[in-house]
Write a protein that binds this ligand. Structure first.
Ligand code: PFF
Length: 500
C-alpha cells in the first residue's frame, strides 16, 4: 500500500514499524518484566492484556484518527474537535518534552552499557561494579552520553518523516527483534536457575500479590508502553492517509509491543536467576526491579558468563539502545511538528532549538541520578517518571479519548476509521464514550485508595488527589461537550487555522 503523494509515511508497514518503534522502548524491556515479577506474574500479564485490548487499542485508534482527520499537530487536532480543547493538545505536547528530559538520560546509560559490556570482558564483578560507580559519579560523562543519544534522535528527526523516522524504523525494528530473539534463546539455554527465573517472572498467577495497585500499575504500563496520552499517536496519525487501516495498525502495534515485552522478561529473569544460583546469591542481594535491575544487575549477570556472555551483554544493551532511540524519536517528533506548524520555521531549527533546552534539563536529571542534586528529596528521574506516568498520561489519554468520543460524531468515526467495515468505527466510538473512561476511572480510584491506605504519606495523598481531580474535571468537560457540541463537520474542520 503505497502513499507516495502524501507528505507522511510512505507505506502502511513503515507507519506500523515507526509506531511500534515508539511503543517498544525501555517500558517493554525493563518496566514490563520487573512489574510482572513484582505483581503476581501471569496475573499481571492477564490484566495487562485485558487492559491493552479494552483501553490500549481503542485509545491508540482514537488518537491516530484524531491526528489523521486534522492532518496536524495535537494542539490543532484537538482544536479541530472543539475550539476550546486546544489546551489538552498543549499538554500532549508538553508532556513528551518532559519525558525526553529523563528518557534520554537512561538512553545515554544504555549507550554506555554497549561500550562497557565489551570493556568489562575478563574483569571481575567488583571491577564491573566500580566501573558503573565511576560513570555515575562523574558529572560529565553521563551528560555526554545523554547528549550523543539525544543528538542521534535529532539527526533522525531532521531527516523528516519518510527519510528519517520511517527509514530508521524499517532498519532498526527488525534488528531489535533479531537481537532480542538471539539473547532470549541464549538466556533460556543457560540451564541452572532458568526454571526459578521463569517461576519468578511468569509461571505463577498470584492475584493476591497483584491487588488493586497492581491493576493500576498494569493500566499505567499500557499507557506508557503503547505511547498513549502524549500526542505521539496523534502526531504519527497525522502523517497517514485514508489508505492506512488505523484499527488494524493499532492491533498490529499492540501485538508487537506485548510480544517484545514478554520476550524481554524471558531473557532477563532466567539470566538473573542463573547468576544468583551460580554465585549463591538470594533475590535480596541483587536488584530485581527498577534502575538496579537494568543497569547494575544485568551487566554483572552477562559479565559472569565469560567472553560469550560479555558479547551477548553488549548486544543486549545495543538492543535496548535501539528500543530507546526509536521511542525518543517519536517524542521529539511531537515537539518538532508542533514547533514547525506553530512558528513556521524549518524542520531543522524546530528540532534543534527545543532539544537544546531539553538537553539542559537532562543535565540536571543526570546529575540527580548520580546523586549530585535533588529536588524535594526525590531524584529527578523518579520525579519526572512518577508525575508523567501516574498522573499526566492516564489523564491526557482519558481527555483525548473523551474529547474524541463526545466531540466527533459517531457517524464520522464509522465512515472513516475502517471505511469498509463501519461497525469498527461505531464500536470504537462507543468504547471511547463509555467503556474506556469508566475503566480508567474505576482503576484510578481503586489504585489511589489502595496506594494511600498502604503508604499513608502526604505524597501519595497529593498525587491521588491531583489524579482524581483531573479525572473529575475531564468527565465534567465531557458532559458539557456532549451538550454543546456534536462534532465539527468537514467545513468547520477546514476553517480552524492549521497553525494554532
Ligand atoms: N512507549 C515507550 C516505552 O515503552 O518505553 C516509552 C514512551 C515513548 C513513552 C513515547 C511515551 C512516549 F510518548
Amino acid at each position: 500500500m503505497s502513499n507516495k503523494n502524501h507528505n507522511g509515511f510512505a507505506s502502511s508497514l513503515g507507519f506500523v514499524l515507526a509506531s511500534a518503534g515508539s511503543a517498544v522502548g525501555l517500558g517493554n524491556i525493563w518496566g514490563f518484566p520487573y512489574k510482572t515479577g513484582a505483581n503476581g506474574g501471569a496475573a499481571f500479564v492477564l490484566v495487562y492484556i485485558l487492559m491493552a485490548l479494552l483501553l490500549g487499542i481503542v485509545g491508540m485508534t482514537v488518537e491516530m484518527y484524531v491526528g489523521r482527520r486534522a492532518q496536524a499537530n495535537p494542539v490543532t487536532a484537538l482544536k479541530k474537535i472543539h475550539p476550546k480543547l486546544g489546551f489538552i493538545g498543549l499538554v500532549a505536547v508538553v508532556v513528551p518534552f518532559f519525558i525526553i528530559c529523563y528518557y534520554s538520560v537512561l538512553g545515554g546509560y544504555t549507550l554506555r552499557g554497549v561500550i562497557a559490556s565489551f570493556g568489562d570482558i575478563g574483569k571481575d564483578a567488583a571491577a564491573v561494579g566500580e566501573g558503573l560507580g565511576a560513570f555515575m559519579a562523574s558529572p560529565f560523562i553521563p551528560a555526554l552520553c545523554t547528549f550523543i543519544f539525544l543528538g542521534l534522535a535529532v539527526v533522525i528527526i531532521m531527516g523528516g518523516v519518510q527519510k528519517g523516522i520511517e527509514k530508521a524504523s524499517k532498519v532498526l525494528m527488525p534488528l531489535l527483534f533479531i537481537i532480542l530473539l538471539g539473547v532470549m534463546i541464549y538466556c533460556l539455554c543457560l540451564g541452572e536457575g532458568v526454571r526459578e527465573g521463569l517461576n519468578f517472572y511468569i509461571l505463577k498467577a498470584d492475584f493476591k500479590a497483584l491487588g488493586w495497585d497492581g491493576v493500576a500499575a498494569a493500566m499505567g504500563q499500557v499507557f506508557f508502553s503503547m505511547s498513549l496520552g502524549m500526542g505521539i499517536m496523534i502526531s504519527y496519525g497525522s502523517y497517514t492517509g485514508k489508505e492506512i487501516n488505523l484499527f488494524k495498525s493499532a492491533v498490529q502495534i499492540s501485538i508487537i509491543d506485548t510480544i517484545i515485552a514478554l520476550m524481554a522478561g524471558l531473557a532477563i529473569f532466567p539470566a538473573a536467576f542463573h547468576y544468583m544460583e551460580v554465585e549463591g546469591l538470594a533475590a535480596a542481594d541483587v536488584g530485581l526491579g527498577g534502575f538496579a535491575l537494568m543497569f547494575k544487575t544485568l551487566p554483572l549477570v552477562f559479565n559472569s558468563l565469560g567472553t560469550v556472555g560479555g558479547i551477548i551483554g553488549a548486544f543486549f544493551f545495543l538492543m535496548v539502545a535501539i528500543a530507546a532511540i526509536t521511542s525518543v524519536v517519536s517524542l521529539v517528533e511531537v515537539v518538532t511538528q508542533f514547533v514547525i506548524q506553530k512558528f513556521k520555521i524549518s524542520r531543522k531549527m524546530a528540532a534543534i532549538v527545543p532539544m537544546t533546552l531539553a538537553m539542559v534539563i537532562s543535565v540536571f536529571v543526570s546529575l540527580s541520578l548520580g546523586g549530585h542534586f535533588s529536588l524535594f528529596n526525590f531524584d529527578l528521574l523518579t520525579f519526572f517518571d512518577e508525575i508523567t506516568n501516574t498522573v499526566l498520561m492516564p489523564v491526557c489519554a482519558l481527555a483525548v479519548c473523551v474529547a474524541a468520543g463526545y466531540g466527533i460524531k459517531k457517524q464520522e468515526m464509522a465512515e472513516n476509521i475502517v471505511p469498509s467495515a463501519p461497525i469498527v468505527g461505531t464500536i470504537v466510538s462507543y468504547m471511547a464514550r463509555f467503556v474506556t473512561p469508566l475503566l480508567i476511572l474505576v482503576v484510578a480510584v481503586f489504585g489511589v485508595v489502595s496506594n494511600v491506605s498502604q503508604n499513608v504519606d502526604y505524597y501519595s495523598v497529593i498525587v491521588g488527589a491531583v489524579l482524581l481531580s483531573a479525572i473529575a474535571a475531564t468527565v465534567y468537560f465531557a458532559c458539557r461537550l456532549d451538550r454543546t457540541n456534536t462534532g465539527c463537520n468537514a467545513d468547520e474542520l477546514a476553517s480552524v487555522a492549521d497553525e494554532d
